[in-house]
Design a protein. Structure first.
Lengths: 311, 318
């Protein structure tokens, strides 16, 4: 156990935000889900008791008849904003006094940094470079992430859970987002920051970053594993495997969104366009963990080899 | 008596009743004139003191105060509402707000705090611009100068750096909260789209700023980042179908980003302009739209009364 190495990585100034991220993301996930579960309990109560549902104010926050439903912004909100601004300023000042921003040697194109890393918020994308070619990891995937986020409101046909925390009424949406945000985005950032060392090799936390380490692992293409050598054969075989994956993933997604009666109710509200859009984005999203598994478990480099692009 | 003391309630100025006696009796005495002047001066002084006391006691009654704040400052609901609505800095807020929305647990305060951090970044960034030249060789020296010689220069740079990181984290958490509360649902769909654009702009702001110190860290980070652009399908020389479309390192999309085929002085200048001028303007414009839409789409989304599964309405078919 090389604690010094661990400390070097964690205390690198630009890695401090990751340490912060490691703390705040779990905290706020817990904080949000706790309210979701509290609301879910009340929802269950209201569903079971129609009389109560008619009279209840339908929030977990206290309320009594006669209380105003709205309060004045001045002072009830503005004083909080002032307080938040002061606290934030103090935090930022203390952080800036305690920790210096990194400044390395002057830029030198002849001296490559090893590992040379993008800023931490892009390390998820850089980590993706291990599994996909740059055109896919650096261009197609980020664009799809952005567009995929934008279409969320237009493909989510579930009218429930608008303006309150809930898990039960939006299980599929919440789990999908948590999968995308925490499992894929945040954890890939954490891997890229804390685990990837020289040569972008995998170093478990606590092991020494050995600059001379060699890994004798040969990554193979899927067609080669099956002994397919011809150019046309490779294109056809890879295309077949990718198509099979797409169909299987689409079937899995379909299964999930028609899992129970409630899901089917939401599904029946979707238009064909909404359904297709959702399928495309979810199938692409699922391809990332699939490719990660194929690479890490079976050392497969490409699935589909063509003269123009490789996946 | 014309009102000159700025008090609209018209308190009569202290009367000269007690002092008027000696003034009119001109008996040719040399000391008489001086005495008259002294008493008159004393009267003016007494009046000034009186007016000062009034002003200090109730500054909100002066014409100056009223001209600045425009509304009465009294403890009525109307004044409270007007105090917010008629103030250019506060008028983003509604006059009244959902009583449960002011608690921390619903919004986590992330959106507002992100905006505040953005303001501090604009502030510190503007100060940093006074000490920075966006050209090779000088840029790195400017950072050294800033860190070692400029008063509070190091603090300034640190605040800008950590503020930027903080902003990225907060934007992501804000998005997380908005998703968990389903706040992107009708009628706020489009504001979510604007929010995603703002997230992208935040990341781009951070990224373009990374190169500016012109050190190894920024140089290689931007090299790694922009190397991906050469693999852009169709538009990059190393991307699928790029070569077939005549893309070379000297005319593809990466060349356009860097102003050259390597990260050099042109790239530094471009990063500087994107970072300090173009993206902040774009981001500010989108922020204006974002906040405006929050209000126009019905204020912040909740905490709203919960809807039960049995109450789902059928969608209207056209």
């Amino acid at each position: 156990m090389d604690l010094h190495q661990l400390w070097t990585i964690l205390s690198t100034p630009d890695n401090v935000p990751i340490v912060l991220l490691l703390l705040v993301v779990p905290f706020y996930t817990w904080y949000g889900l706790r309210q979701s579960f509290a609301n879910d309990r009340l929802i269950a109560q209201l569903e079971a008791d129609p009389v109560m549902a008619k009279t209840h104010h339908r929030k977990t926050q206290p309320w009594q008849p006669g209380w105003a439903r709205e309060v004045h912004v001045w002072p009830y909100l503005l004083r909080i904003e002032l307080l938040a601004a002061i606290i934030l300023t103090v935090i930022l000042l203390v952080w800036s006094i305690a920790l210096n921003a990194p400044l390395e040697e002057p830029a030198n194109p002849t001296l490559t940094m090893n590992p040379s890393k993008a800023p931490w918020y892009f390390l998820g994308l850089q980590e993706m470079l291990v599994y996909f070619d740059p055109w896919m990891a650096g261009v197609v995937m980020p664009s799809l992430i952005i567009v995929g986020l934008m279409v969320i409101p237009y493909i989510d046909t579930n009218p429930l859970g608008n303006g309150y925390y809930t898990y039960k009424q939006r299980k599929f949406a919440i789990l999908t987002f948590i999968f995308g945000f925490i499992v894929l985005w945040v954890s890939m950032i954490v891997i890229g920051t804390l685990i990837r060392g020289p040569g972008w090799m995998w170093f478990w936390p606590g092991t020494t970053w050995d600059h001379n380490r060699l890994i004798f692992e040969v990554n193979r293409d899927l067609p080669d594993l099956f002994g397919i050598t011809g150019k046309v054969g490779k294109v056809a075989f890879g295309g077949f495997v990718v198509a099979t994956y797409c169909i299987a993933a689409a079937m899995l997604v379909h299964k999930l969104i028609t899992w129970n009666p409630f899901n089917r109710k939401i599904y029946s509200r979707m238009s064909v366009l909404q359904y297709t859009t959702m399928q495309i984005f979810l199938v692409v999203m699922l391809s990332l963990p699939m490719k990660i598994a194929a690479r890490l478990l079976f050392r497969i480099k490409y699935i589909w080899v063509t003269p123009w692009f490789n996946i | 008596m014309p009102e000159t003391n700025g008090h609209s309630n018209g308190t009569p100025p202290p009367s000269d009743a007690g002092n008027g006696n000696g003034a009119g009796a001109g008996n040719g005495n040399g000391g008489g004139k001086v005495g008259t002047l002294v008493t008159a001066a004393k009267a003016v002084q007494a009046r000034a003191v009186e007016e000062m006391k009034e002003t200090i006691k109730a500054p909100e009654k002066t014409d100056v105060w009223k001209s600045i704040l425009r509304v009465k400052h009294d403890e009525t609901p109307r004044s409270r509402a007007l105090g917010v609505l008629s103030n250019v800095f506060l008028h983003l807020h509604p006059a009244k707000i959902n009583r449960d929305a002011v608690a921390y647990d619903y919004t986590w305060g992330m959106g507002g705090m992100t905006f505040y951090v953005y303001i501090t970044l604009v502030f510190t960034g503007t100060l940093l611009m006074f000490y920075y030249h966006p050209s090779k060789v000088v840029a790195f020296r400017d950072i050294l100068y800033l860190e070692n010689d400029v008063p509070f220069g190091k603090l300034l740079r640190n605040m800008h750096r950590w503020g930027a990181h903080l902003m990225v984290i907060m934007v992501e958490l804000h998005m997380f909260r908005v998703f968990l509360t389903g706040s992107y649902k009708k009628p706020r769909e489009f504001n979510w789209v604007v929010g995603v654009l703002l997230l992208v702009l935040t990341l781009l702001l951070s990224f373009t700023g990374y190169l500016l110190p012109d050190d190894q860290l920024g140089f290689w980070a931007v090299t790694v980042g922009t190397n991906m652009a050469r693999a852009t399908p169709l538009l990059g020389h190393a991307g699928p179908f790029g070569a077939q479309l005549g893309m070379t390192p000297f005319n593809d999309v990466r060349f356009g980003l860097l102003g050259g085929s390597i990260v050099d002085s042109n790239a530094l200048l471009r990063a500087y302009i994107w970072h300090c001028v173009a993206i902040p303007i774009l981001a500010s414009a989108f922020m204006v739209v974002h906040f405006w839409r929050v209000r126009k789409d019905g204020g912040i989304s909740g905490p709203a009364p919960m809807v039960l599964e049995s109450e789902i309405k059928e969608i209207k078919k056209v």
